[in-house]
Design a protein around this ligand. Structure first.
Ligand SMILES: [Zn+2]
Length: 220
């Protein structure tokens, strides 16, 4: 991939959970990805006790955490759409597609990575960003952007599909663990999925990417 890969996610930390090894690998190959996040993740309903204590300061804290994680992962640029956390489905979708395209276009991406339609874990914000990313690619808002990849979800795996791209996070674990640790306000959630970060947990070892659409062709 010569042009950068665009990562489009709902919250700060989605990129590290799902595409840390991919980001670090692309950066090491000389093609740092670009990341656009839809919300500041500042609703504070999850993460850790510390996140609740931060209250209105949570958005700013998560912005700093994301900047640290992005630096560790070699992400070349980070954009923020600033929609309310937990309410992305209420946003004007057409407007969100236009704003996302406006930011990403500058970087001339050839592939976009986002959540699958079921949001991976069913989170409404994840489903909403999936719709936004899917429209952005399929409606041709960025010339040269001709591949759409979805990150893994249990539903995709149950369908027996094979991912077009699978990365073993063990090979990039130092970077992935450091980026997870950078999301300090989310430490409780991260511990639940990734344990003490000493090694990739069995269930979260591989990052999988499914090609959903390419050059005008549905791949699902
Ligand atoms: Zn998320």
């Amino acid at each position: 991939m010569k042009n950068p890969v665009a990562l489009l996610f709902a919250h700060p930390d989605d990129e590290t959970f799902l595409a840390a090894a991919l980001s670090r690998k692309l950066a090491d190959e000389g093609h740092p990805p670009v990341l656009l996040v839809a919300t500041r993740g500042d609703a504070g309903m999850r993460g850790s006790e510390q996140a609740k204590l931060l209250g209105s300061g949570l958005g700013a804290a998560r912005e700093r955490e994301l900047a640290d994680a992005a630096r560790i992962l070699g992400i070349g640029a980070v954009g923020q759409l600033g929609y309310p956390d937990g309410k992305l489905e209420e946003a004007d979708e057409k407007e969100a597609v236009r704003r996302a395209a406006e930011f990403l276009r500058t970087y001339k991406p050839s592939a976009l990575v986002t959540f699958p339609p079921d949001g991976g874990n069913g989170h409404p914000d994840h489903k909403a960003i999936s719709r936004i990313g899917t429209r952005l690619v399929k409606e041709g808002h960025i010339s040269g952007l001709n591949q759409l990849y979805y990150v893994a979800s249990p539903a995709l795996e149950e369908q027996g599909r094979t991912a077009e791209l699978t990365l073993d996070s063990a090979e990039q674990w130092t970077a992935k663990a450091a980026a997870l640790a950078a999301h300090t306000s989310q430490s409780d959630t991260i511990a639940r999925y990734f344990g003490d970060l000493s090694a990739p947990p069995k269930d979260w070892r591989y990052e999988r990417f499914y090609l959903a659409w390419e050059d005008g062709q549905e791949r699902f």
